[in-house]
Structure formats: C-alpha cells, structure tokens
Design a protein around this ligand. Structure first.
Ligand code: SAM
Ligand code: 2KA
Ligand code: SF4
Ligand code: MG
Length: 212
C-alpha cells in the first residue's frame, strides 16, 4: 500500500500534459450550463473542424507542458467543484492520473470530447460532441452522459438523430448552433426541438456574457 501511494505521488509530480490555458469560469454549454467550473484546455487535436472556435489548440507542441501536480494546485485554489477537461481533443492524452487525482480531492471530472480516441480517465460526466470530419470510436456511445451536436446547416438535424439512436437511453440530447451560423440556424433549431421534445438547446452562453 505504502509502495502504491509512493508510485502515485511520483506519477502526479512527474506526469505532464500540454496545456493551452486553464481558467475558472461558468460552464457555458450543455447540462451544466450556468455552473462554476475550472477549465483545463489541453493542446492537440487531429479532427480539423473548419468552424472550430479554438484552432490555436490544435498543435500540441506549441503549448507548454504542466505537471499534474501544478494543475491540481490550480484546481484546489477555487471554490467550484467541477473541473472540465477540454481542448483540443483531450482524449489524445492519457488522462488516468490527472482525473483520479482530481476525484481524490473531492472534485468532479467532466470532459468535452469528439470521441475519436480511446477513453482514458475516470469521469463523472462525459459530453460527447461527434464531428463529420473524423469518425468517433464505438465505445463512446454507451458511455456518453450528454450528446451535443453542433448545427452548422440543415443536414445536421438528420445526422443528430442518427447519433441519438446510438447513445444510451439516459444520455441527454443537445443541439448547439455553430456560433457564426446561430442567427440563421436558431429558428430551425427551435422548430426541431418543438417537434422532437427529447432534445434541448445549448447556446454557448459564455460568449453572450463575454467571459472565457
Ligand atoms: C473546442 S471543443 C474541444 C473538445 C472536443 N475537441 C470537442 O470538439 O468536443 C469544445 C466544444 O465546443 C464546440 N464547438 C467548437 N467550435 C464551435 C463553434 N464554432 N460553435 C459552436 N460550438 C463549437 C465543440 O463541438 C465542443 O462541444
Ligand atoms: N465558459 C465556457 N464553457 C465552455 N463549455 C465548453 C467549452 C469548451 O471550449 O470546451 C467552454 C468554454 O470554452 N468556455
Ligand atoms: S474536435 Fe473539437 S477541438 Fe478539434 S477541431 Fe473539432 S471542435 Fe475543434
Ligand atoms: Mg469553448
């Protein structure tokens, strides 16, 4: 046991991840919208969405590596008990050590993912946002707590339904307008949700509030 704890401490202090930014804010999207959360944005993504709102995250090599210990110190400084790991595509990294350590400190681990890489980490909430640009892996469908489809054009509604058929029955369903198309797509999203009341609308409220 003593030996095991030692190994863990070594892993926590020596394991590093490329971090583009980390910040304490309000979760602007999905089921936890409106709640305080600490965000850790990891560098690296190989999906390539042309409308991605954080393209600066894609190249992992330009983002300095931080130790898990230093990330834990940041997380422990804030009152909020939700930690959101995002990116980039966070599942390009092994997240076992980071997420177990966050949970051991009594905080919740949430992830924002495209589901295109093997799931590592221990998660209290998985937000799965599939993309047409890279096929998700099968394992994410049974594990997702929240399915969040970005609506860029009208063809995305049928695509959304197709994914909803594959997730587990408890998974919450969200449609989120692509930011630059929001004015154009919101009327169609409203009509869709009126006809398909299992679905909810997610609006990136942090952008309206002009916060990170
Ligand atoms: C930047 S991504 C990072 C996490 C992961 N790579 C993913 O795509 O799920 C975080 C969330 O923002 C959404 N998103 C990215 N660009 C967007 C945009 N222009 N408009 C609306 N949502 C966007 C993604 O679909 C995802 O749900
Ligand atoms: N406030 C805020 N909420 C968010 N929810 C998901 C985000 C993300 O980029 O993953 C995000 C973000 O960047 N900011
Ligand atoms: S998967 Fe996520 S981070 Fe990667 S390009 Fe798409 S929206 Fe951006
Ligand atoms: Mg964002």
């Amino acid at each position: 046991m003593q030996e095991q704890i030692k190994i863990k401490e070594v892993e926590i202090s020596s394991e590093t991840l490329p971090v583009m930014e980390s910040f304490y804010t309000i979760q602007g999207e999905g089921a936890y919208q409106g709640q305080a959360a600490y965000f850790i944005r990891l560098g690296g993504c190989d999906v390539g969405c042309h409308w991605c709102d954080v393209k600066e995250s894609w190249d992992a090599s330009v983002h300095p590596r931080k130790t898990v210990q230093s990330l834990l110190n940041e997380v422990e400084e804030v009152e909020g008990n939700i930690v959101v790991i995002t990116g980039g595509e966070p599942l390009m990294h092994d997240l076992d050590v980071l997420t177990s350590a966050i949970q051991e400190r009594g905080k919740r681990t949430h992830i924002e993912t495209s589901g295109t890489h093997k799931i590592t980490g221990s998660w209290d909430w998985i937000c799965f946002s599939p993309k047409k640009f890279k096929r998700p892996l099968d394992e994410i469908y049974s594990k997702a707590d929240e399915l969040k489809i970005i609506i860029y054009n009208k063809s995305d509604f049928e695509w959304a339904k197709m994914h909803a058929e594959r997730v587990n029955s408890a998974c919450k369903l969200y449609l989120q307008p692509e930011w630059s198309k929001a004015d154009e797509m919101i009327p169609a999203i409203i009509n869709f949700v009126k006809s398909n009341p299992d679905w909810n609308i997610s609006l990136q409220v942090h952008k309206f509030m002009q916060i990170p």
